[in-house]
Design a protein around this ligand. Structure first.
Ligand SMILES: [Mn+2]
Length: 461
């Protein structure tokens, strides 16, 4: 927000404002009460002409600038809000009052109320941030409200951040899946993400480029049109809403763009929207958004801003731990547990490395076993390996203060398969064919020895 125009009711409110602390971008005005004109508070100028539309219009408010009204007097506050709304219908308003309640102020789509004496300076800044977010919500609702069917488009193979944001946007718009379906050009593939969709009871429809044409509006969350190729489909070159935290790209138009690259997750932006608009967030939505922030920031580690922390903390008071556990730890199939049992009989930690070879298992068992493997005494590295289809798949965890897991896995799979990951988590895939070419066999003992030697070499490299 640029300049903020402050209108104080009488010398007492102006002094109160000055006590809290003023900022350079604030234009300070006051309306003297009887016999107060000689008491000019420092930094303030009199609102020439008193509290009416003409006087407010002369303040020359630019688009994006907001007002604050400080008053404990109902008639004064109402007159000020009405005059501002008449002069600048789009202007957001912050009413600061320790005496007035919601019932004392007229209906206004972009108004927030807070106490003045009780607020410290930072709180007022936070209120202005809420106001900015509220303004965005109002714009998005105004734009998409009249549209019959709106596509909420996620990236192909949507991740938790995207899925949570799509769900949140639908709640903000007050729509159902029939009038605002979550859509993607690809399926939800990863087991955790499928678990998320199931646990939330939501649906992500896979659609074609042609089917996208049938919608009356398009909103993209956690993605921008360029992700769909250098030459995105024509319908994506001009969309309605883009909300994202990836760096801003060019080559498309959007009526509303809210792109915040300093944020660790788009779910943080949507959480701020929900808070600003005072929309009640139920446990399912809170869990989805919290998981979105958690997974995009590696639990507030990677590329995390203060905004992510604040939103995470806010969601933490209303999320469901049981639901989150179900998403993060999908139920293990019995044969997966039996495979784990067999692997555990051979458990050993050698060179700080703990390897568990599971044989043929469902893919989502592997990362869960790797998590558990790190608890073995003396283990700095845990590797769980299993055969999925025609591939050897392995998940890697480490204690965090050793070489980055992603780098090590890339070295291990070099010339054999694919792999990568982050500081303390990584995954590798080697086609059995390629593995057998080098090691001749792919039985448990061969796999264990091959991985052990490759990890020792890669860690020391
Ligand atoms: Mn994201």
């Amino acid at each position: 927000m640029g300049r903020r125009i402050i209108i104080c009711d009488g010398v007492d409110q102006a002094r109160q404002w000055a006590r809290v602390g003023t900022r350079e971008e604030e234009e300070l005005t006051w309306v003297p009460r009887d016999e107060e004109s000689s008491l000019r508070p420092p930094g303030f100028r009199i609102l020439q002409g008193g509290l009416d539309v003409d006087a407010i219009a002369k303040l020359d408010r630019q688009s994006g600038e907001g007002f604050a009204v400080a008053s404990d007097d109902g008639p004064f506050a109402r007159a000020a809000i009405q005059a501002i709304t008449k002069a600048f219908p789009e202007a957001p308003i912050l009413l600061l009052s320790d005496a007035l309640g919601d019932d004392d102020v007229p209906e206004h789509t972009c108004l927030r109320r807070a106490g003045l004496k009780t607020l410290i300076r930072d709180d007022i800044d936070v209120e202005f941030e809420h106001l900015d977010n509220l303004q965005r919500v109002v714009e998005i609702r105004d734009l998409l409200g009249p549209r019959e069917r709106v596509a909420v488009l996620l990236q192909p193979d949507p991740d938790p951040d995207g899925i949570a944001c799509g769900y949140a946007l639908r709640v903000i718009l007050g729509r159902k899946k029939t009038t605002a379906p979550l859509v993607s050009f690809g399926e939800v593939k990863r087991p955790e993400n499928q678990a998320l969709v199931q646990a939330l009871g939501i649906e992500v429809a896979t659609i074609s480029h042609e089917e996208l044409e049938e919608f009356d509006g398009i909103a993209l969350v956690d993605v921008q049109p360029n992700v769909f190729g250098d030459e995105p489909p024509a319908r994506l070159r001009s969309v309605d809403v883009v909300i994202d935290h990836h760096p801003e790209r060019t080559g498309y138009d959007s009526v509303i763009k809210d792109i915040r690259p300093s944020y660790g997750a788009t779910a943080t932006i949507l959480t701020e929207y929900l808070r600003a608009a005072r929309i009640e967030v139920g446990p399912r939505l809170a869990t989805a958004l919290l998981y979105g922030i958690k997974s995009d920031t590696q639990l507030l580690g990677r590329e995390t801003s203060q905004h992510d922390m604040t939103s995470f903390a806010h969601l933490h008071s209303s999320y469901s731990p049981a639901l989150l556990r179900r998403i993060e730890r999908p139920a293990l199939p019995l044969d997966g547990l039996q495979a784990l049992g067999r692997a555990l009989t051979r458990a050993e930690v050698k060179d700080d490395i703990h390897i568990l070879v599971l044989g043929r298992v469902r893919e989502d068992v592997i990362p869960q076993v790797a998590d558990m493997g790190l608890q073995a005494e003396g283990a700095e590295w845990a590797i769980a390996a299993g055969i999925v289809g025609s591939n050897l798949v392995f998940s890697v965890r480490n204690v965090g203060y050793v070489r980055a897991a992603g780098d090590v896995v890339r070295a291990v799979v070099e010339d054999l398969g694919v792999g990568g990951g982050h500081r303390s988590m990584a995954k590798g895939i080697i086609p059995l064919k390629a593995f057998r070419k080098v090691y001749e066999r792919a039985d448990r003992e061969t796999i264990r020895k091959a991985l052990h030697d490759a990890f020792v070499a890669a860690i020391e490299r």
